[in-house]
Design a protein around this ligand. Structure first.
Ligand SMILES: CC(C)(COP(=O)(O)OP(=O)(O)OC[C@H]1O[C@@H](n2cnc3c(N)ncnc32)[C@H](O)[C@@H]1OP(=O)(O)O)[C@@H](O)C(=O)NCCC(=O)NCCS
Length: 433
């Protein structure tokens, strides 16, 4: 980053004025560096929801929401989705460059060698209620990994950080698939090293010990694409949560567990689940209008799930790619006339033509289509966010590791604008009667 100039902050009549550095990155908006603001003026900035705040500098992912651009380490998401698989993308996010074929084989083998869970950890599952949401298990089991790897948890040691990253990327599919199997009461299916990352996950989800499970390459490609498109998304809520948790020196498993907890919310990773639930609730094409009217009504907090995005205000490049995959999968499985899919496509059409949605730049987001694709793959709605967590784990560990390896990183500690009662004394006991 380079200093480009300065910005003057003028506090008006009689007040002082302060010069603040303006810093440029390689792409995207410049930032006003306010690190010295409090020392110089005694004031804080106020930015709930971080609408105008860059919380960190990062070399991993770039987004231009107006232009619909998403780059991982400089490569456009469209090229990565067409020419790479998820393992390439994991390597890229972690190391900054795409792997050579030798590097890829070695990386892939390392991931495969870490995919099993400690048998003691497998016992954790039985402590959960059978009907527990898989995300509840994920938060617990991923956090519990920290109880198993004391020997490699020195976060100041780069080799330990890498080891933790391998373990997390490798074990998340196993943890997620076991959460599913536990929920439906089927035996756990262990990972297989002759399968790719996406194949292995589908196998652990859908195979049963009594039959051979046949993988469909169109569906494997669709899952691989879901993983690539969700692998990282710069400083979103869950990634910022991982960074904030990690800034205190917490271990990586605890940090990723915190990220999973944040991802669970319907305004973030829970959106594709919420979107499918919404489609079920609407139920029929004839009721779409009623729901659109509710979403537009200012007195009704209802929102159309799977529409809108904090950053993409034009189009979401991931949604475009997921829409393509969506049609590919529906054609492959002959599901074009399925009730819910017809309803989704009709909702998409109506919302895209409605003035309310057009003027607010509310387009279907990636979760809208990924929910439909996952349903077509036979993945139940309650597993959607767990799959998102599995895909995002590489982004979380790459961002966490970037932060820890920066010698200037400090504990994250936001300030506040206090609006509560000013200082007062507790009344005497007699007056409190
Ligand atoms: C993603 C989301 C949280 C972004 O929120 P945001 O950037 O803070 O946008 P705002 O809440 O400021 O919304 C801007 C306007 O669009 C409206 N709006 C946003 N999303 C909407 C939706 N899904 N349905 C109906 N109206 C919506 C807001 O009411 C607001 O209207 P107003 O200007 O008349 O007050 C929001 O669009 C949303 O809740 N979407 C549904 C959940 C979802 O799909 N999340 C997945 C994110 S990947």
């Amino acid at each position: 980053m380079v200093q480009k100039g300065t910005a003057t902050l003028d506090f008006g009549k009689g007040g002082q004025s302060i010069e603040l550095p303006v810093i440029s990155g390689t792409m995207g908006p410049d930032v006003v560096d306010i690190r010295t603001l409090h020392a110089k003026s005694g004031m804080f900035t106020y930015d709930p929801g971080y609408i105008s705040t860059a919380s960190s500098s990062s070399e991993i992912t770039f987004i231009d929401g107006d232009e619909g651009i998403l780059l991982y380490r400089g490569y456009p998401i469209e090229q990565l989705a067409a020419q790479c698989d998820f393992i390439d993308v994991c390597y890229l996010l972690m190391n900054g460059e795409l792997p050579t074929s030798e590097q890829k084989t070695s990386f892939d083998n390392t991931i495969k060698n870490h995919s099993m869970l400690h048998e003691q950890l497998v016992k954790f599952y039985t402590g959960f209620r059978r009907d527990a949401h898989p995300m509840a298990l994920m938060v617990g089991v991923v956090g519990a990994l920290s109880a198993f790897y004391h020997e490699a948890m020195d976060i100041t040691n780069a080799a330990h950080r890498e080891q933790s990253a391998f373990r997390l990327i490798a074990k998340l599919p196993t943890i997620a698939a076991m959460a599913y199997k536990y929920n439906i009461g089927q035996p756990f299916i262990y990972p297989r090293n002759n399968l790719s990352y996406a194949e292995n996950f589908l196998h652990m989800m859908f195979a049963v010990p009594t039959e051979e499970y046949k993988l469909n390459p169109v569906l494997v490609r669709a899952l691989d694409r879901i993983l690539i498109l969700h692998a990282d998304h710069e400083q979103n809520a869950s990634t910022s949560t991982v960074r904030l948790a990690g800034s205190s020196g917490a271990n990586p498993y605890a940090c990723i567990s915190a990220g999973i907890a944040c991802l669970w919310g319907p305004a973030h990773g829970g959106a594709n689940e919420a979107c499918l639930n919404m489609l079920e609730e609407i139920g029929d094409v004839s009721r779409i209008d009623e729901y659109i009217q509710r979403a537009k009504n200012k007195d009704d907090p209802y929102r159309l799930m799977g529409f809108g995005h904090r950053v993409y205000k034009n189009f979401d490049p991931r949604a475009k790619l997921m829409r393509e995959t969506c049609h590919e999968v529906l054609n492959e499985l002959g599901l074009q006339n399925d009730r819910l899919f017809k309803l989704a496509l009709q909702l998409e059409k109506i919302a895209l033509e409605d003035e309310y949605f057009i003027s607010r730049k509310l387009y279907p987001n990636v979760d809208f289509y990924s929910g439909i694709v996952q349903r077509a793959l036979g993945i139940p709605t309650f597993m959607f966010t767990a799959i998102f967590a599995m895909a995002r784990t590489v982004g979380w560990v790459a961002q966490w590791s970037e932060m820890i390896s920066d010698p200037n990183h400090r504990i994250g500690r936001p300030r506040q604008l206090y609006t509560g009662i000013t200082m007062r004394n507790i009344p005497s006991a007699a007056l409190r009667k």
